[in-house]
Every structure is written in C-alpha cells, then in structure tokens.
Design a protein. Structure first.
Length: 334
C-alpha cells in the first residue's frame, strides 16, 4: 500500500511530467528526422520515437544534464538496432526496395535544420551502408553534430567517428553529390511526366542520362518491375510501355522528401508515387513506389504529424490517471 501523496508532492510530480512532455514534443521533429534518415522508413521511425518517449518517461530526468543529447543518443541507438534487424527482413523483399516517401509540404526538412540526406535517391544509397556508418553520416551531414558528439552517441573515439563519416561520404557517387536545385528538379519532373503521358519516347530519352535507372517498389505487386531497368532507351520505353496506364490515372503534385513528386490516383484512390533524381546531366533515377503500405504512409503522414503533439499531451493525462481518477496518487507513484 502506497502512502497518499500530499497536494504539494502531487503538484510537483504533475509539473515534472508535464515538463517532460513539453521537452519531448519540442525535440520530437529532430528525433523523427534522425530515425527516418537512418531507417528509410517513416513507420519504423515513428516506432523508434515512441520507444524513445517511453524511455524518457521512465528515466530519472533529474540526472539528465542535456535532454537533447539524451534523447538524440537514445533515438540513434534505437534506430541502429532496428536497422540491423531490418536488413534481414528486406532480404526477402520482392523486387527493388525503396525508402518510404514522406510528405514534407508541412514539415520541409522533417525536423532537421538542413534538408541534407532526405532525398529519396540519397536515402536509398545510405541504406547500403552499415547502420553505424549511416547514423554517423546523418548526424554529421543532416544535423551538423560535432565529431565529439557523434563519438559519444555511437560510443566511439572522435577519430573513429571522423573516419566513419569520411568513409560514408566516399560511397556517394557524383550524381548524389551534384543534385539539381528544387526548381530545376520540378521542371525535369514535369517534362518527364508530360512526355510519358504523350508516349514521346524521343523526348524522354533526351531528358535521361545514358546510364539512367528505373526502380519500381511493389514487393511482388503485379505490374511492378521486379528488377532495375537500366539504360536511357529501356527506361524511356518502360515509362510509355502501357498505353492504358497514363490515360487511366489522375496526377496530383506532391512534395515528398523535400522534392517534387507525383501521386497517381486510379478510381479516386492513390496507387502510385513517382519522382526522379537528377543532376545537370539529366535524370539518372526514376523511382516508382507501388507498394500499398508505402502509399498509405505517404498519404497518412500529414495527419499523423499534425496529431502527434496532442498524442503526447494525452499521454500525460493517461499517466496521471492510470490509477483511477486520483491523479495525485498516480503522480506520486509515477
């Protein structure tokens, strides 16, 4: 039997938990940004952030010098653990795997101060790195952490942290380093879609680089190419292969991962997401997402991001009332 909490004790406990939630909600965009870049999955990133919240709720916060450092470290380590298990799961994926696109029209850089390491094509390259390399690169390039901070988070020496980031950078090709700006990206995407709709193979080939690749993520869905399609002519022909495809879809522009994309609807239902990656030489990646779960994630991202702060505020109410309606008693026990 627990002793009954005094009003003063209960009030202090209430304030402490409310401050914990306020701190977490303020840092949450950054935590999601870290987890999403490491994992390439908004769904998995949300799970990691939720687990970070539970750990923050349970920790002795009076002993935490820097909440931002504690939560960033916790989130990064959790994301690395998930990434290690995700690698095994993705080995059974049917066809090319692409990161889950997210709607960034309401959250332009997914919580980062910079939009680095957010483009879909770059996230795909990062997924080929070991999870620790990926995390180190993300912390440095997207969030500008110092090497000492990265070392503390990843439990390395600063020298090793610097080497890991340098090694990760070397995995990026010239195309990933030399992406066109947002305006030119939109122009090229619009030109590609217009030519594909018209079945204009010659115009498509003029937009593509000689080594262009088309990747279709459908996880076995009928109609999605199960192998990468390589080469300017093949990509152009694939994009116009079905005369019934473009006339049967409605095209809605979206902003995903900080870049222009299109969401294709059939019979009023979103079925396909498409975007490109390009340099001044032209379009070198055409990315198609058909997987229904990833389309649902893209469509639902705006709603979830809007509701999340309220979700954590509601967590306070649940915590304070978990022992019936006596919030003072519950707060004292918590």
């Amino acid at each position: 039997m627990y002793p009954e909490a005094s009003p003063a004790q209960a009030s202090a406990a209430d304030r402490n938990l409310a401050e914990a939630v306020t701190t977490f909600v303020e840092l949450r965009p950054r935590l999601f940004g870290i987890a999403y870049r490491v994992l390439g999955s908004a769904t998995e990133a949300e799970d990691v952030v939720q687990e970070a919240w539970l750990r923050w709720q349970r920790t002795d916060r009076s002993a935490v010098v820097s909440p931002a450092a504690f939560l960033s470290s916790t989130t990064t380590r959790l994301a690395i653990n998930v990434a290690q298990s995700a690698r095994v799961r993705r080995e059974t994926y049917i066809g090319p795997w692409l990161p889950e696109p997210i709607d960034t029209s309401i959250d332009p850089v997914a919580g980062a101060e910079r939009a680095e390491a957010l483009e879909l094509a770059l996230l795909l390259v990062l997924q080929k790195l070991a999870p620790i390399e990926r995390a180190a690169y993300v912390l440095r390039e997207a969030f500008e952490y110092g090497y000492a901070e990265i070392a503390a988070i990843l439990r390395l020496t600063p020298v090793n942290a610097r080497k890991i980031v340098s090694r990760a950078r070397k995995h990026l090709t010239d195309d990933e380093r030399d992406s066109v700006d947002v305006r030119e990206h939109r122009r090229l995407l619009d030109a590609f879609v217009a030519a594909a709709q018209e079945g204009d193979v010659a115009s498509l080939e003029a937009l593509l680089t000689p080594e262009a690749v088309s990747l279709s993520d459908g996880n076995g869905l009928r109609g999605a190419a199960r192998v990468p399609v390589v080469g300017r002519a093949r990509v152009a022909n694939l994009s116009t292969a079905s005369s019934r495809f473009w006339p049967t879809v409605e095209i809605a522009p979206v902003q995903a991962n900080g870049r222009a994309g299109v969401l294709l609807h059939r019979d009023g239902r979103p079925t396909t997401f498409m975007t490109i990656a390009a340099t001044r030489r032209g379009i070198h990646r055409v990315l198609w997402v058909f997987a229904p779960d990833k389309i649902a994630t893209l469509v639902g991202h705006r709603t979830r991001r809007t509701l999340l702060p309220a979700r954590f505020e509601n967590a306070v109410a649940r915590e304070l009332t978990r022992e019936g309606n006596d919030s003072s008693y519950a707060a004292c026990r918590g």
